[in-house]
Design a protein around this ligand. Sequence first.
Ligand code: SF4
Length: 333
Amino acid sequence: MDRDEILHYLKTSNRNGDLFQKADETRKKHCGDKVHLRGIIEFSNHCCRNCLYCGLRRDNKKIKRYRMPPQEIVALALKIARKGVKTIVLQSGDDFWYKRKTIASIITNIKKQTDAAITLSLGERPLDHYRNWRDAGADRYLMRHETANPNLYEMLHPGKSLIERLSLLSALKDMGYQIGAGNIVGIPGQDLKDLAEDIWLIKELDSDMAGIGPFIPQKDTPLSNCPPGDLELTLRALALIRITSKNIHLPATTAVATLDRKEGLLMALKAGANVIMPDFTPQRYSQKYQIYDNKQNITLDMAKAVIFKAKRETGKDKGDSLKCRHYKRHPEA
Ligand code: SF4
């Protein structure tokens, strides 16, 4: 499928479900029936950046900020692993209060006590931080590219550039991380051509994973009055990424579950997704992680119930990348 075909499918309503069926077949052929669980800990909602769409932006003075102490993060990670979830996702805003060494010691402490994979989602840092964390045992790094349109990127992320973002993703890949790109669907200023470029970029990056979520406004941001992204368009984008990037890991995202609390996760699983990310952040913190409004809280039970309903099986292993460069690196994967 080339760029023009992607654009054609983005423009065409998928009323008869053909696109989702093709994505589901591609998922089955290249990834199998397992749905991998990734347990998230949102350990800090402080952020030094000012992205226009995000409730954690530094200019949002209304949000109550928190930081989890390192020992609490480690204890929670071990608890998640004991529940059989074999990937721990450590996520925060771009929060430099946690020094390079602090994060490295959290990683080492978790890795000493469990064989779970560690995914980091800590934003943009100097390369020596990434290197140090990889040496400490981190396996994966999520850093969505957000939009493949460089002008829109700069508008949404004051002081930052898409080139810089992509060069960090490429450096992470060179360090041996499994990388996760991804984008927002329906962000103000985006058109369908931009979205087609997002899908193409994910394929070109040969990304191990990608997170695709609709834009959802947050009441204390400059984009508070903008309408949310369209759910069906988000699912079409997800399906097209599955078809073009084949063996990539694709989560049924929390943002999709927020737009349709009843059916969102199931619809995403049927449109090509093969990952769910239950949130284990203690409630006293998670209620303050307001990246957008009314964020759905995906629990482990909820994730398992949806997997059962989709007639799929819960992955029991780490669910490492299916890309061949990682098979070379980890022959046992
Ligand atoms: S999107 Fe990420 S980097 Fe941007 S303000 Fe939100 S938490 Fe910070």
